[in-house]
Design a protein around this ligand. Structure first.
Ligand code: TXA
Ligand code: MG
Length: 304
């Protein structure tokens, strides 16, 4: 049946459009950074915005996030349903760093839609999925609209009825001190959230629209030198489209931007951990996913 085929597609690293009670999602294996890179490519996002990871229940969520008791109370009240919780990523989480856009937090949601639940159960792991629209366009609430937006990018589309809510999930961040912040209003009202949390902090302006600016974003300890055609003495080299000299790494030997995006965080981290003082980074073409890679590199290179 189609749910089994869709789960197999996710296992193969392909993308699947599926219905949720809020809007249609474009799903991928959350643990597979190459599949996550394909999502960013399909959506045409100029930046790596963090994605929501879909899980089946609170027990699964606890494998991926460190949840304060207030977050647990929210999950117990509103899951399965249109609530997304943002919390510190668990150190043993299998969710790819690219899905979290390098943040130290992870966004988790247990949807209530039976087809979404069946897909997550059949796949047996976390499913990362943004709304199934191209960047800057409205979220699709019917299978026809989702097909129009991203039908070409998906290996398979799961056909469902028009979405019950037609509005994205409410996103609430709960930090280690138990402070809850409404990051995105959505299908569950602020008042309903407040009955559980008691109150809600006001988000820092711009922090949600531009999560790439958040201080908690992964930044290497090493300095970065961008657009470097070759390393200078003592520098570690992050190559693109070619092999790196000894001590360096290549984002993609063949110059594939999807592969480069998938390798970006892991390679920066590895060169950093090896003790490089400066990482020289090869020029990255600015088309397609290159724009998001360049944006991320420029942030990592900025003075701190
Ligand atoms: O209803 C929904 O939530 C739908 C369905 C498919 O589940 N998904 C959805 O995903 O709306 P998307 O990618 O269109 O929106 C995800 C939002 C973005 O605004 C992103 O910045 C925020 O979640 N987000 C994800 N992880 C975050 C994090 N760690 N910290 C702050 N914001 C985060
Ligand atoms: Mg969206």
């Amino acid at each position: 049946m189609s749910i089994e085929r869709a789960a197999a597609a996710l296992r193969a690293g392909d993308l699947v459009v599926f219905p949720t009670e809020t809007v249609y999602g474009l799903g991928a294996d959350a643990a597979n950074s190459l599949a996550i890179a394909r999502i960013y490519q399909a959506k045409g996002r100029p930046r790596f915005n963090p994605l929501i990871t879909h899980i089946s229940n609170l027990d699964e969520a606890l494998k991926h996030a460190v949840l304060h008791e207030k977050a647990i109370a929210l999950a117990e009240t509103f899951w399965p349903g249109p609530l997304t919780l943002v919390a510190t990523r668990h150190r043993d989480s299998t969710v790819a760093e690219l899905a979290c856009a390098g943040l130290s937090t992870v966004a988790l949601r247990a949807p209530s839609h039976p087809l979404a639940r069946a897909l997550i159960a059949a796949f047996g792991g976390p499913v990362a999925a943004p709304s199934a629209n191209r960047s800057g366009r409205v979220s699709p609430t019917t299978i026809g609209h989702a097909r129009e937006e991203l039908g070409d990018a998906a290996a398979l589309l799961i056909d469902g009825d028009p979405c019950e809510h037609g509005l994205e999930s409410t996103i609430v961040a709960v930090n280690a001190a138990g402070e809850a912040t409404l990051l995105r209003p959505g299908a569950i009202t602020r008042a309903a959230i407040e009955t559980v949390t008691g109150g809600l902090a006001v988000p820092v302006p711009g922090s949600v629209e531009a999560p790439g600016m958040l201080a908690s974003h992964y930044a290497p300890r090493a300095r970065l030198r961008l657009n470097a055609e070759a390393p200078r003495g003592g520098e570690a080299y992050l190559a693109f489209g070619a092999e790196a000299p000894v001590g360096g790494l290549s984002l993609s030997l063949t110059g594939d931007l999807v592969e480069a995006a998938a390798n970006l965080y892991a390679h920066l981290r590895a060169l950093d951990a090896a003790g490089a003082e400066t990482i020289a980074v090869a020029p990255i073409p600015s088309h397609g996913l290159g724009e998001a890679i360049d944006d991320r590199l420029a942030r990592a290179a900025a003075p701190r």
